[in-house]
Write a protein that binds this ligand. Structure first.
Ligand SMILES: Cc1cc2nc3c(=O)[nH]c(=O)nc-3n(C[C@H](O)[C@H](O)[C@H](O)COP(=O)(O)O)c2cc1C
Length: 317
């Protein structure tokens, strides 16, 4: 299925040499990325060394580089380690993008991910962290986890881009999946505008009682300052944004479609326990369903609001 929203990710490789293992790893990452990502390869080998002398009349290569970075929603850096730091060409590129003044910094606020690469066991950790330090000042929002220090890199991906093991394949894929989620979480979108995060408002004759039910079921604390008329749940420590899904209502007998609240449980061993816990908290079990391998339990909360508890989706084969 075609992705509805695509994310443009710039790939910057720290090595300039033709047979670069870092570039090979970068290709392997791009090939394993979610379909929502499209890639722009941003080259740094032709950039004249940065000097403030050229700020007023910058070389065309600097302008090209700055424009390419600006056009991206996120940046993936794949670099070797040179003498326990990053290659000079890469440092030059970050200096060029951050200037001539703070307002012109093309990196400002963009989500970034770092992969360090080495043919040795150390995985280029020193380069990875030197780059992170650089990113703090130029305000790239660097993904913290998962980290990627790719050691013995020639064994991880061969010259044809094949992963050396299922484990390597999985780790490269998971890294790109996590980066896609990071961009969705902290990115600003093409227009530079942040999405408005909505809220779900329950109207209830007894807000405190209903809030207690959802607080305990979702394991979200009740925020300070609750009154008899208004209670809020505390989402401060929840980093995953809620997905809003619009599906076709088939319950025509109701006359109008109800608002359906779905809980997707990630853990296959515990999803049925969530329904049992909901019953213990005062919910009513309406039925159990299965369609196309997807299982769910239909329930009413204590006010009669319909919600469904979904089992994890079966692995695609
Ligand atoms: C100037 C220079 C310094 C290097 N310093 C390190 C180092 O500090 N740590 C390390 O793991 N490898 C170091 N190496 C070896 C590189 O990891 C190795 O050459 C690697 O293949 C370069 O990445 P590439 O294949 O993407 O070009 C160094 C290589 C060069 C040319």
């Amino acid at each position: 299925m075609a992705a509805l929203i695509s994310t443009r990710v710039g790939i910057i490789v720290g090595s300039l040499r033709t047979e670069s293992i870092s570039r090979r790893i970068a290709h392997a990452l791009a090939e394993r990325a979610p379909g929502s990502m499209e890639f722009a390869w941003i080259e740094i080998g032709d950039l004249p060394l940065y000097s403030e002398d050229f700020d007023d009349d910058p070389p065309a290569q600097w302008t090209r580089f700055r424009d390419e970075v600006r056009s991206c929603d996120g940046l993936l850096f794949v670099t070797p380690e040179y003498n326990r730091s990053i290659p000079g060409a890469l440092k030059n590129a970050t200096d060029i993008g951050s200037r001539p003044d703070e307002d012109a910094n093309v990196f400002d606020g963009k989500p970034a991910a770092i992969v360090s690469v080495s043919p040795y066991a150390n995985g280029g950790m020193a380069a990875n962290h030197a780059l992170r330090q650089n990113f703090v000042y130029i305000n790239l929002r660097t993904m913290a986890q998962p980290e990627a220090y790719i050691g013995m890199a020639e064994d991880v991906v061969d010259e044809e881009g094949r992963a050396g093991s299922d484990e390597s394949d999985r780790l490269l894929t998971e890294f790109m999946q996590a980066f896609a989620e990071w961009i969705a979480l902290v990115g600003q979108g093409e227009s530079g505008e942040r999405p408005i995060v909505g809220m779900l408002h329950f109207l209830s004759p007894e807000p405190r009682r209903l809030a207690r039910f959802w607080s305990e079921l979702m394991r979200l604390p009740i925020a300070d300052g609750a009154t008899d008329d208004l209670v809020m749940l505390d989402f401060d420590h929840v980093v995953t944004p809620t997905t809003w899904i619009f599906g076709r209502a088939t319950d025509a007998a109701r006359g109008r479609a109800p608002l359906g609240l779905d809980i997707g449980v990630q853990d296959a061993d515990t999803w049925a326990d969530v329904a049992t816990r909901a019953e213990a908290l005062g919910a009513e079990r309406v039925g159990e369903h299965e369609d196309g391998g997807i299982q769910w339990i239909e329930m009413n909360d204590p006010d009669g609001n319909r919600f469904r508890v979904f089992a994890p989706r079966p692995e695609a084969t």
